[in-house]
Ligand binder design. Structure first.
Ligand SMILES: CC[C@H](O)CC(=O)C(=O)O
Ligand SMILES: [Mn+2]
Length: 356
């Protein structure tokens, strides 16, 4: 599988309509999708990711139900796009090969197969299906701060050998400090850089998404994710409009029109934001403690329900090392913290007592 030719120095993939789905409580409407796609297309964005925040098939009790069927949103996006093409995310086990086929039928032309950073071996069958469908393939190594650079590079190798054309350092928790990000970029570029493009997906929990993108470009990373107005999980993603402006100032050609990106962010996305993604206490704790960004709203809901601070829930999730897919454990943690506060035995101890 050869990697696609780049039309500019770097390729910016916009994930407003996928990672942003977390921040929207998975309630994107067809009108919002259409207007955002039109604006991104006008700005020259080549790839626009659309799907439930947790990828195709994510609409569920555990991850949150979609307000509008994601296949309808993908179809609307594909219909609206002129030059831009539509990508989807797929997490094996949440999404299935059939979900991928449906997304392709709705107009998706790239799949980004996302696994925990040490579990690349569950991705190959999806790359195979994607290749049969003629889709562009991308691997997404999530929670990249949890794997040492050498291990992450070995995982990238598994994905590339399975036929993926680009592989991402995915900083799901927005936890990577600049030297940590650079070490991972260098390791992946050295391992697979002659066969696949290396990408970077940043979250702004510690405000480093754009800075790490600049370091990435210098280290040979060529795909960068961004979201308009940073709309994404946690305190959001590297803002696409800022990436466009910064790369422009650096003389790195993105093919994007910065003024149009600013219009897209300000005039199209900002009016429908339920809340501006921000680096508040809870989001900073996510970066600091290395917690999956999409846990934020789940933790805030559990905090309200069980009367314990969201920041404490998130810190405990970090200590316990929970990863994407363990959203149900957030409730468990909230219940435990509430019990600890009341001075009663933790729930599992009481359960054990009850069966004795
Ligand atoms: C699978 C959902 C998740 O939001 C993917 C992603 O964007 C990340 O890990 O940062
Ligand atoms: Mn993300």
């Amino acid at each position: 599988m050869t990697r696609p030719a780049l039309t500019h120095d770097v390729r910016i993939i916009d994930t407003t309509l996928r990672d942003g789905s977390h921040a929207m409580g998975h309630r994107f409407t067809e009108d919002q999708v259409r207007s955002t796609v039109r604006a991104l297309d006008r700005a020259g964005v080549e790839w626009i990711e659309v799907s439930h925040g947790d990828g195709v098939g994510g609409s569920s009790f555990n991850y949150g139900f979609s307000g509008t069927d994601e296949m309808d949103l993908i179809a609307a996006a594909a219909e609206e796009a002129g030059r831009a093409r539509i990508a989807v995310l797929l997490v094996p086990g949440i999404g299935t090969a059939d979900d991928l086929r449906r997304a392709h039928a709705a107009g998706a032309r790239m799949v980004r197969v996302a696994t925990h950073c040490t579990e690349a071996d569950i991705s190959p069958q999806y790359f195979e299906v994607a290749r049969e469908l003629g889709m562009e393939t991308c691997g997404f190594l999530m929670m990249a701060h949890r794997a040492e650079p050498k291990v992450l590079a070995e995982q990238a190798r598994i994905m590339v050998d399975a036929g993926c054309q680009s592989v991402y350092v995915t900083d799901s928790a927005g936890a990577l400090l600049m030297h940590e990000a650079r070490e991972r970029f260098e390791a992946l570029v050295a391992e697979v850089g002659d066969q696949a493009w290396v990408g970077y997906h940043g979250h702004q929990n510690m405000s480093l998404g754009v800075a790490n993108s600049v370091l990435g470009q210098q280290a040979g990373v060529r795909y960068f994710d961004g979201s308009l107005c940073a709309l994404g999980a946690g305190s959001g993603n590297s803002p696409t409009e800022v990436l466009g402006a910064v790369f422009d100032r650096l003389g790195v050609r993105t093919g994007l029109d910065v003024a149009s990106l600013l219009d897209a962010a300000e005039d199209v996305v900002r009016p429908y934001l339920p809340r501006w993604p921000k680096m508040d206490r809870n989001a900073i704790v996510q970066g600091w403690a290395g917690v999956y960004s999409s846990f934020l709203l789940h933790a805030e809901r559990a905090a309200a329900r069980y009367g314990v601070p969201a920041q404490d829930i998130l810190r405990r999730c970090g200590e316990l090392g929970y990863v994407g897919g363990q959203e149900d454990m957030i409730i468990d943690v909230a219940v435990q913290l509430a019990a600890e506060e009341e001075g009663t035995a933790p729930v599992d101890e009481r359960e054990k007592e009850a069966v004795r």
